[in-house]
Unconditional design. Sequence first.
Lengths: 203, 178
Amino acid sequence: LEVTPVLGRAGDRLPCGADIDDLFEQVADGRPPTDPAHQQSCPHCRAALPEIANLWEPVQALAAEHITAPPGLLSRVMTRIRALAQDAWHGVLVGDRGLTRIGARVVGSIARMAAARVPGVGLAIARGRTVTSEEEAAEERSRGASRVGVAGSRTVLELDIVIRYGSDARVLAERVRETVIADVTALTGLTVKTVDITVADIT
Amino acid sequence: VRDDRDDDWLVDRARSGSVDAFEALARRHRDRVYRTALRLTGNSYDAEDVAQEALVQAWQRLDTFRGDSAFATWLYRIVVTRAYNVRRSTRRMELVDEVPETAAPGADRVVEERQQRHDLAEAIAALPFDRRAPLVLHQFEGLSYDEIAVVLEVSTATVRMRLFRARRELADRMRDWR
């Protein structure tokens, strides 16, 4: 087949002034011409349009192919997502030779025992939870960063404590916080992000 | 529009932790995710990797979807980004052998057409990414210039210019085959 001179460089025009990219767009998108009266009568346009259509036909044939996701894609994706969702219940440490999952209850128990060791604390109840990716993402966003850290290695602890009469609640809470962070970090390797303390009662 | 509303409903539930809701979303969108990945990468191996990673990432980042665009648009952005990052694997070379040799009558034409589609898919995947992405989203996914502008975070005029160039470059390649 002879190579037609129709398709030149970008921005090229036909001798009639018609923009070739414009004609290309018309053919590729199947949209009506911007200047139908001209195209009807112009020999250059009338020659160029079928040539472009012919050239572009394989693309349209490829686009018409019915493509579906391979079987098994969905189940592979969901297996991974279910595992990730499971991790949200645990503290997760990623090591070279595998994952270490630490149950939220374990973290809670360590925190409770650590808090109870602080003089002036009568009783402590703790709930541990890992920072969800949602919270991390919100936090990263507020910092203007787009990277989300390793989910599940950071822990938020909520503690209810009962203090003995005569203790300074604020000083005691700070001491509890330091002890809990030190113990949880030493015993689990998780990063304690926040320890929220509620002084619930006094005895 | 109804589809978008259903998506929004599912996204809401998935965000509050429903894996089942996300599975429904993934089922609705898996074909478009895979198809886009296939056209962007040019081979089924990379396409499956990209599609899988994109869907898992969508789950992990669901909270960053704000609903100011359609879920599908947001998902396209993830697929495009993943495809951009993919290092073209050496496995794709095996695809050369994917066209079966056969001696059945009339098979020549079938083989030729299949070869042509394969070459075209390769030519598309070989386009520079800034032109490949708008071409795939427009020509194969049917997105409007405005929608592509949202996905690629560029202006509509830029999308149009890149499409012009993509069509030219592809047409040049195809003309060489004749």
